[in-house]
Design a binder for this molecule. Sequence first.
Ligand SMILES: O=c1ccn([C@@H]2O[C@H](COP(=O)(O)OP(=O)(O)O[C@H]3O[C@H](CO)[C@@H](O)[C@H](O)[C@H]3O)[C@@H](O)[C@H]2O)c(=O)[nH]1
Ligand SMILES: [Mn+2]
Length: 744
Amino acid sequence: MEDSLPLHVCHVQTLSIFINRSHALLHSIGLAFLVYYRTSFLFQDQDPNTKATPLFLPWLLVFASELLLSFTWLVDQAFRWRPVTRTVFPERLPEDDKLPAIDVFICTTDPDKEPTVEVMNTVLSAMALDYPPEKLHVYLSDDGGSPITLHGMKEAWSFARWWLPFCRKYRLKTRSPEAYYSAVSKDDDEGSGSSEFMIERQKIKERYEMFKESIREVRGRLLDPVHGSGITARDHPSLIEVIQDKSNDRVQVDQVKTPLLIYVSREKRPSHSHHFKAGALNVLQRVSCMISNSPYILVLDCDMYCNDPTSARRAMCFHLDSKFLHSLAFVQFPQRFHNISKNDIYDSQLRCVFSVLWQGADGLQGPFLSGTGFYIKRVSLCGGSSIQDIDLGELKHSFGSSNELIKSLHGSYKPYVINDQYGLLEETHLLASCTYENDTKWGKEVGFLYNSVLEDYFTGFTLHCKGWISVYCDPLRPQFLGSGTTNLNDFLIQGMRWSSGLVEVSFSKFCPLIYGPTRMSIFESLCYAQLAFHPISYFLSLWCFATIPQLCLLNDIPLYPKVSETYFVIFLFIFSSAISKHLQEVLSTGGSFQTWRNEQRIWMMKSITSHLYGSLDAIMKRIGTREANFLPTNKVEDAEQVKLYKMGKFDFQTSNMFLVPMVSLIILNLVSFIGGLVRVIFVGNWDQMLVQVFISFYVLVMNFPIIEAMIVRKDKGRVRPSVTILSAMFSTIFLLLGCIILCC
Ligand SMILES: O=c1ccn([C@@H]2O[C@H](COP(=O)(O)OP(=O)(O)O[C@H]3O[C@H](CO)[C@@H](O)[C@H](O)[C@H]3O)[C@@H](O)[C@H]2O)c(=O)[nH]1
Ligand SMILES: [Mn+2]
C-alpha cells in the first residue's frame, strides 16, 4: 500500500494570514477611536438648550449604524483568520474495485424555468463522471412531476449509450454534450486530431441533435391543453422509475456499461407542505436506500453540470483518508457559472463567498454546505454511525415506519434486486409519499433540514454543531458549472430568499451566536453568525447611511468631525482601510478594479432591497403571517436580457418593490448633494460638511447606472418614467417629513 503518500495536502496561506491579521489589528484600532469619539459626544455635558434638539437623534442613528457595521466586520474576521488551500492526488487512490459507491442526486422542479435539455445535460455529465459505472447511480428528483422530464430521462439514457463510450474512449474533459459541442475552443482531448475522432464526433453530434429534437417535439405535444388529468406540479402521485433500455440501437451499444439512472417524482398534495428542495432531497435519500444505498452522495442543482469528470475521485481523496474517516461529513466544491460575462455587473459569481470566505472557513472547521457540488457521507445525514446501538422502536420514531429503510440504515440491506422490481417499487412509493414523514424526525433532525429555506446553510450548520468537519476543494478547472442569475430581477429575488433563510436561522433557537459556540469551534460559529446577521445589519445601516447624513446636510446639521479636527483622520482612515482591504482581496483573487466597483455597488443595491425584504419576510414567517416559499431562479435565457447583461448594462425590468426604494434614495442623494453643495458654497462651512457631501457623492457615483437609466437610456431596461415620478414623490415626502422632524 502507498501508505506513506498522502492523498491530499493542505497549504496554509501565510501571506494572506499576515495581511489579514495586520489589517484587522489596524482597522480595529481605528474603530475603537471612532467608538470613543461617538460615546464621548453622547456623554459630554450637554447644554440644556441643545439636549432636546433633534441633533441627538440623527447622531444616535448614525452611531448605531456604525456600531452595527463594525460588529459585522469584527465577526467577519473569523473568515480571514486562517485561510487554507488544498491539493489532491487522485492517482494515489486505491484500485477501482476498492472505491466506494456514489449516488448522485439532481433536483429539478419546473420544466418551464429549467429547460429539460439543460437538466438532461446535467444528468449526462453526472453519468459520465470518471468513476466505475457500476458504482455510480444517478437519481433525478422531479418536483414538477412532469411527463416532459420523464421522457427526457429516457432519451438521455438512450443517448448516454453513445455518449459515454465516446467520452471514455477519448477521455473527454467536458462531458456535458451541450457544453462540449458549443465550446469555442476545443479541449486537447486524447486523439482529438485523428480523423476517426472527427468522424465519431460528428456522428455523436447528430445523435445529440436528434435527442434534443425529440425533447422539443414531446414538449410541444405535451404543452397542448392538458386533458383533465388533474395532475399539476403541486398535486400529483409519486412516480419512480428505473430507466431501462427500450431503444433499437441495442446491437451496437449493448456492451456499454452505464450507471443506473432513476427518475423519482415524489407525491405532492396541496394539503401537505413539501419543503421544497430539502424535501425532495430527503425523498431521494430514502428511495435510494432501497436501490443503491451508496455510502456517498453527490448533490447537484439541475443546472449544475459536471464540467470535469474527476470531481468524484478528488472528493474520495478526502473521504478515504483514514484521518478523516470518522469526522468528515462533506467535500464542498465551489459553485462556478458558465454564463458570467467578464464585467459581471451583478456579482453573480459570488466571488467573495467562493474565493475568500470558504477558504477561510476551510482553515477552521470547514466550508459551509452550499446547496450543490458537494459529496456528502450518507450516515452524516442520518445521525452518524451510532445507529447500530439504537433499538427498533426508537429508529422508527426517527426514520418512519419502513422496515426496509431501517434495514438499509444498518447496512444489512441487499439493495436493488432487479428481478424484484415490483416489491422494490411498492416500498419506494411508501417512502416517497407525502405522509411518510409525519411524526418522524425527517427534516427536523434527520436528512436535510426544513427550519430554513436556506436548507444548505442550516443543514451544514447543524452538521458542524454535531462535530463533523468539511473540506473545500477548489481546483483550477471548475468541477461544476451552473447558470448564474444574469438579470437584476432574478438576482434580487434570489438574494431575498437567501436573506430570509439566514434571518430565519438567526431569529430561531439555532441562532449561531448562542447555539454555536458551545458546540463547534468559536471561530467557525462566528463565521456562521456573520452570514446569519449580515442581511439585517446591512439593510439597517445602509438605509441609515443613505438617508440621515443627507437629510442633515440639507438642514445644516453636522454629523462628522470637521476636516481640521484630528478625529477626521479616523473617519478617513476607516473608510480607506475598508475600501483598500476589499480592493486587495478582489485583486488577489483575480478580479479587477471594475470587479471591486461592481461589488460595492451591488452590495448597496442588495442591502437596500433584498436584505430588507428578506429580513421582513423572515420576521413575518416567524410571527406566522407568511408562509415559506421558494421561487426557483429562471434558467431560460431571454435574448434581450442577455444582450443587456453582456453589454454591462443594468436591466431595470423588475418590480417596483425593488426599483422604487433604489430610485428614491438616488433622488434623495441627488437633491442633498446639489443642495448641500450650494449651501456649503454660500455658507462657507465646507470644513464641517465635507464628509456628508462626500457620502452623497459616493452614493451617486457608485450608483451611476441608476441615474443613467432614469435620464439617458431609452431601451427596455431603463427605469420607466412612471417609476421615477413615483420615487420622486416618495423622496419629497421623506425630505419634508425629515425637515419637519429636524427643524421643529
Ligand atoms: O421546490 C423546489 C424548489 C427548488 N428545487 C431545486 O432546487 C435547486 C436550486 O434552485 P434554484 O432555483 O436554482 O435556486 P438558486 O438560488 O440558484 O440555488 C441556490 O440556493 C439554494 C437555496 O436557496 C440552494 O439550494 C442551491 O443549491 C443554490 O444553488 C434547483 O435545482 C431546483 O430545481 C426543487 O427541487 N424543489
Ligand atoms: Mn441555481
